[in-house]
Design a protein around this ligand. Structure first.
Ligand code: ADP
Length: 385
């Protein structure tokens, strides 16, 4: 069981789900009837409760409501608390009385210890009196330590996401200001520009657009990971999304001498989802196809509704992706050796974002590609019903 949990320790799974799973598995392997975890902090008291069943959640809440019980004592003392028979233990009269009514007889509690602080406690509940033997007590403390490791890991991930979200957000404000002043310069409001000055301003425009895109992508990635952005869904016509994305890319397509074919059929292709997220899918795939195709090449985007599914495919005759690297395509910050060799700029976040969005809409994405032989990204999304 420990190795099973060790494997999931580094995943992005929400902590609530992990703790629920942990307490249920503890009930499977220990001689107890229920188990619960309360996360306690001096300011928010408690801030999270998990239980193997409803009774465990009730016992956890009861102790924190009363401010009394083995869980509260283990938290305050940072020591394990053993109560083999609540009826003959006078330390928790209020809790014992209420627990007795529900048929709870024995409680064994283990602190969630971390260096200098205690995060809460793991409670094991039993409906029959009697001690837990030494080995079970030691096992339970180890499991409490595993829960602590999860919590610390989740806390570190949350801090990191919040940090990235704050930095990206703070980046956006000066970027908007820079864009505003560039526009004034281009409009000639600071005096006429010489051709050389225009060239410099163009370089500033390009690079500030890159920075803005990076900040947007970072925000999207942290928002998706933390599930913070659970926004409203609506019916979205993907055909309109594709056509609008194509229009936005018109300038670069012409400048690079590329051919862009958009074939969306004649009818709307409607899926139910988050408009901004679905736009990010189409834009990221089209931008990549353009970016990784040499001047004079072609990019083709087709969209069709086929038996309940929206099928979007974006193909190009560009650089392709070496086969050995294709398994890492949807990993955060992945960039192919070809992209690096050709010094094509990017962050390696776009496809991670695309993949998360497609999956969160109940769809999937596949890629076929050949080194220096072009790529096709195919996305399937369920049509709105
Ligand atoms: P970025 O484009 O910012 O590098 P992405 O996550 O969008 O990040 O893409 C990750 C990597 O996948 C790219 O760096 C590139 O190596 C490869 N890739 C994505 N799309 C294509 C494409 N259409 N053709 C060739 N390589 C691609």
């Amino acid at each position: 069981m420990l190795s099973e949990f060790a494997r999931t320790l580094v995943t992005d799974f929400p902590i609530e789900g992990i703790l629920d799973h942990l307490v249920r598995r503890i009930v499977d392997i220990m001689p107890i009837d229920a188990a619960g975890v309360s996360l306690i902090s001096p300011t928010t008291y408690p801030h999270l409760v998990a239980g193997s069943d409803e009774s465990a959640v009730r016992y956890e809440n009861l102790q924190t409501e009363l401010g009394e019980g083995p869980c509260v004592l283990a938290y305050a003392s940072n020591e394990a608390v053993s109560v083999p028979d609540l009826t003959s233990d006078d330390r928790f009269p209020g809790f014992a009385e209420r627990a007795h009514v529900e048929g709870l007889v024995a409680v064994f509690t283990f602190p969630l210890r971390s260096d200098d602080r205690c995060l809460g406690a793991l409670d094991l509940y039993r409906t029959k009196p009697g001690e837990l033997d030494e080995q079970d007590m030691a096992t339970a403390q180890t499991l409490a330590d595993v829960a602590t490791a999860y919590l610390l890991n989740a806390e570190a991930r949350r801090t990191k996401s919040e940090f990235v979200a704050t930095v990206s957000h703070e980046l956006r404000t000066p970027m908007t200001c820079i864009a505003g002043f560039i526009e004034l310069l281009q409009d000639g409001q600071g005096g006429a520009l010489t051709p050389r000055q225009e060239m410099f301003v163009e370089a500033i425009v390009r690079n500030s657009a890159r920075l803005t895109a990076l900040a947007d992508n970072l925000l999207l990635v942290t928002g998706l990971a933390s599930n913070a952005a659970r926004r409203g869904h609506s019916d979205v016509d993907l055909a309109a999304v594709v056509l609008a994305a194509g229009r936005d890319l018109d300038r670069v397509v012409v400048a690079r001498g590329l051919e862009l074919f958009l074939d969306v059929g004649g009818d709307p292709v409607v899926v139910h989802g988050d408009t901004a997220h679905l736009e990010a899918v189409v834009t990221n795939l089209l931008t990549n196809a353009i970016k990784f195709t040499e001047d004079g090449g072609w990019v083709r985007c087709t969209l069709r509704a086929v038996s309940g599914t929206a099928r979007l495919s974006v193909s190009d005759n560009g650089l392709g992706i070496p086969e050995a690297e294709q398994g890492d395509l949807f990993t955060r910050f992945f960039r192919s050796s070809t992209a690096r060799e050709h010094a094509i700029q990017g962050t390696g976040l776009g496809l991670t974002i695309v993949d998360s969005i497609v999956r969160s809409h109940g769809g999937d994405i596949a890629v076929t590609s050949k080194h220096l032989g072009g790529s096709t990204f195919s996305v399937c999304l369920p049509l709105a019903t």
